[in-house]
Design a protein around this ligand. Structure first.
Ligand SMILES: Nc1ncnc2c1ncn2[C@@H]1O[C@H](COP(=O)(O)OP(=O)(O)O)[C@@H](O)[C@H]1O
Ligand SMILES: [Mg+2]
Length: 243
């Protein structure tokens, strides 16, 4: 008889209950959205609460911004990433795009093994895949678009084999992928979409779950807010209609 997969909570207020308590253990999830929608903060929360509440070590790989930036972003919520790194519960590494090469994947594998990490964050698959056509070991007779797709598939399969519960960030522009890494949505286990609606004087953020394998999930669109102590996924507003 099939056993229920173990759930790995993110620790994000209001989120885990939408997916039966958390992502499946060892699953690969895509956190996608346009710039500024909160993808990095969501992933930092996953890393921080993983270490603080669930005793799971995390490797956080970013191709986007220096670690000091992330530490500053996190401390405003009271998340002390410096301390977690000092205590060896979190390992953060920044690889600027020009530093990506064919050994980068092996380096990530080594970091996961050396740190006994159970959680992994890749920020972002979009930036990483920009470098893909330059990899010497990708079939050079493929078109640049096919090379990126090949790279994305290969990368996700290799990452899945590491056995971590993984979040990968995907960059969207107006709900469309900025690169050709669309196949990522097919091969990952879960897809969470963050959106931002800005207007003069008011703005709102939402979170929706687009895909969650082997999970009963809530298909509503939820408010996503920043609070003093972190991020919060709120309740769906029920609007009473009178006729
Ligand atoms: N405490 C906060 N209150 C309100 N907005 C915040 C707060 N902290 C960060 N933000 C907003 O969150 C966005 C950055 O989130 P981030 O996770 O880096 O986005 P992404 O990774 O999707 O580009 C910025 O638009 C910033 O203004
Ligand atoms: Mg980001």
């Amino acid at each position: 008889m099939a056993t229920n997969p173990k759930r790995i909570p993110t620790g994000i207020d209001g989120f885990d209950k939408l997916i039966q308590g958390g992502f499946n253990e060892k699953s690969v999830s895509l956190i996608s959205g346009a710039p500024g929608t909160g993808k990095t903060i969501f992933s930092l929360a996953f890393a921080y609460f993983g270490a603080m509440k669930y005793d799971q070590k995390c490797v956080y790989v970013t191709f986007e911004q220096p670690i000091a930036d992330l530490e500053e972003q996190a401390i405003q919520f009271g998340w002390d990433l410096k301390k977690l790194q000092k205590d060896k519960k979190l390992h953060m590494v920044y690889i600027p795009i020009e530093g990506v090469h064919s050994e980068t994947l092996q380096m990530i594998k080594d970091l996961v093994e050396q740190n006994n990490a159970e959680r992994l964050v890749i920020d972002s698959i979009s930036t990483l895949s920009i470098a893909a056509p330059h990899y010497s070991d990708i079939k050079t007779n493929y078109s640049s678009q096919a090379q990126v797709k090949y790279f994305v598939y290969d990368f996700i399969y290799t990452i899945r084999a590491l056995g971590c519960t993984t979040l990968m960030i995907g960059e969207l522009k107006d709900d469309n992928w900025i690169n050709e890494e669309v196949p990522a949505e097919f091969v990952v286990d879960n897809v969470v979409v963050l959106r931002y609606f800005g207007a003069k004087g008011s703005s709102s953020r939402t979170l929706a779950i687009k895909k969650a394998r082997k999970t009963k999930f809530d298909e509503n669109i939820f408010p996503f807010t920043f609070a003093k102590t972190g991020i919060k996924v709120g309740q769906v507003q029920k609007v009473a209609m009178k006729f």
